[in-house]
Design a protein around this ligand. Sequence first.
Ligand code: PGA
Length: 258
Amino acid sequence: MRLPLFAANWKMNKAVSEVRPFMLALLEGLHVLSAKAGTHYEVMIAPPATHLMTAREATQKTPIQIGAQNCGQAPSGAFTGEISPVVLKELGCPWVILGHSERRHLYLEDDNRVLGRLQAALKEGLLPILCVGETLPERKAGQTMAVVERQLGILKNAEVAGKSIVIAYEPVWAIGTGENATPAQAQEVHQFIRSWLKTHFSPAFSEKTRILYGGSVKPENSAFLMSEPDVDGFLVGGASLDAKSFSGIVENGLKSRS
Ligand code: PGA
């Protein structure tokens, strides 16, 4: 069975001083939940890179894991503004989000650039969450699967077999818009991703790889979305900024599993 994963992407939000109070509030919400549900799941918070040290200190000896929102394509060197995957490891930050649509569209990271980052992350033993997803014009033009397939294609050039990776399907039109994909729309693409992994890697790899949904996830829709067989958790932006909303997403998401 795949362990549900609830990942938060804070993007460029919150002050460093807000990290500790948030983690305390989230821990409280999750404690109440574990006592109730007794279910196993993982929680990861990706704050801005500037907040990672504080986040690590605030979550030590807790089940909350931390992640970065991107990482550089080399361990070190002349890469102004980039974040070394080696240093992420040193900081005790095991997760890294790669190929987020904001990186692809605002900072023009193409598949090749994302591949370089993915290879560097895997080399350091980080756990990548590779984001894929189509824009609204691409969906309207019937290109959803072709776009997702192209973005997944970089996996063929990365040494992922035998490693732990996570895929996040995030339709660009659903990110930050309040308009989530329907459970059926999400399932259709998740199923496509899973069968692509099976064809290009192996049935075992496809079965164990978690596929998250992202795009306007909130406590009100997490149960419906997670009732789909290939939705293994979420990558949450806006609603992850509030500890109560985020633990509500976890709680309702897990309900559909019990
Ligand atoms: P959202 O963002 O939850 O605010 O739609 C999701 C994401 O960008 O990962």
